[in-house]
Design a protein around this ligand. Structure first.
Ligand SMILES: [Fe+2]
Length: 369
């Protein structure tokens, strides 16, 4: 048997009304810091459910709604200050990946008293503590509710940094698919593409065991038919998408992400292309690149996706971009050359099963546009 290493300390509770029905299991302190963005947590109904559940158990809370897309350290530290002022002893992140990631970073920075100027240099150590984290996703993409990762923008380095460690795993993830129903279609699509990318990159990771691959293929198998429905503008099964996004999150919690994410970050940072859409644009070229070193695995991924080639995936992503009414601006060759340096940085090499040359990275970018 292949070597197997699998770690997931997060309890997952799912189903309609699980925030209220499972309150006795997830409420874990005397005062909660509720970390949200500017609208999704309230619009989805999740924020009200959390407040009701806390009040029913006599637990105090304070709302910190200062998290935007691609949160930076200033936002994290505004949350840290609020948690300390208010004496919060657990953190509830509600929303898409940004509030969830920020909630995790806040929980670690408060518990370890990390000074802001050392935030990007002090990596969370395995023995570090964090305030208990409860994660309630209102999108279906990042999988942040079941990962130890917190992606925070570092303006100094002009990219996103991954602040991660075992203490950043949420204690509980609460999945209620009703919260997805208020999502704008473009956000639903972008986040589903992110989840698909997690599953595919996870499958190709050198750290992927047979056990984890089984989950990656399950996520691919579940997400792609929903993307096809989105492209045709017909009913999408939100519970299926939420389930698959969490399964894909469990995958990257074991494997990390790979080349597509590393290549997607510059597209988000410099071109403002949403994270999942940036990954989706790159996926077909990535599959084409991986066919040669990993033919059998690529076949299993395509089979799970009900697709015959990377080209067919490219067609699906194009159709999704059409339904969103958006054509991302293609970067110039000079820009692509600049972006290519990022994923090839030495520290990332071990994350790729096959190391691409700069020209191969450029080709994956070009295939996407
Ligand atoms: Fe992602």
């Amino acid at each position: 048997m292949d070597s197997l290493r699998f770690f997931l300390p997060t309890t997952i509770e799912s189903g309609a009304n699980c925030v209220r029905l499972a309150a006795e299991r997830w409420v874990c302190g005397n005062k909660a810091l509720l970390v949200t963005g500017h609208g999704g947590a309230a619009a989805s109904g999740a924020l009200a459910d959390v407040q009701t559940a806390l009040e029913a158990r006599g637990v105090a809370w304070t709302l910190f709604d200062g998290i935007s897309a691609n949160p930076d350290a200033d936002q994290v530290y505004a949350g840290v200050a609020r948690a300390k002022e208010e004496g919060c002893d657990f953190v509830v992140g509600i929303g898409g990946g940004s509030p969830l990631d920020a909630a995790k970073a806040i929980a670690w920075a408060v518990a370890m008293d990390v000074p802001q100027e050392r935030f990007f240099r002090m990596r969370p150590e395995p023995e570090d503590k964090a305030l208990p984290i409860v994660a309630i996703p209102t999108t279906c993409g990042t999988g942040s509710e079941v990962t130890p990762y917190s992606i925070i923008t570092d303006h100094h380095a002009k990219t996103k940094k991954n602040v991660s460690g075992p203490s950043l795993f949420p204690r509980t993830a609460l999945l209620d698919a009703r919260y997805l129903s208020s999502l704008p279609p473009a956000v639903l699509c972008d986040t589903a593409l992110d989840a698909l990318s997690h599953a595919i990159e996870g499958a190709y990771s050198p750290r992927c065991s047979r056990f984890t691959e089984m989950m990656a293929l399950e996520a691919v198998h579940t997400i792609v038919p929903e993307l096809v429905r989105m492209a045709h503008g017909v009913f999408v099964n939100l519970a299926q998408l939420q389930y698959a996004a969490t399964v894909a999150g469990v995958v990257i919690a074991q494997t990390g992400t790979g080349l597509v994410h590393a290549m997607g970050y510059p597209l988000t940072y410099y071109k403002g292309i949403p994270h999942g859409r940036a990954n989706g644009i790159l996926l077909a070229g990535y599959l084409d690149f991986m066919v040669r070193p990993c033919a059998a695995l690529t076949e299993r991924i395509l089979e799970a996706a009900h697709l015959t080639s990377g080209e067919e995936l490219h067609g699906l992503v194009d159709a999704l971009l059409d339904t969103m009414g958006t054509t991302p601006e293609a970067p110039s060759e000079d820009e692509l050359m600049r972006y290519t340096r990022e994923p090839l940085r030495l520290e990332l090499v071990r994350r790729y099963r096959t190391m691409p040359s700069p020209e191969e990275v450029m080709d994956i970018y070009r295939t996407g546009f």
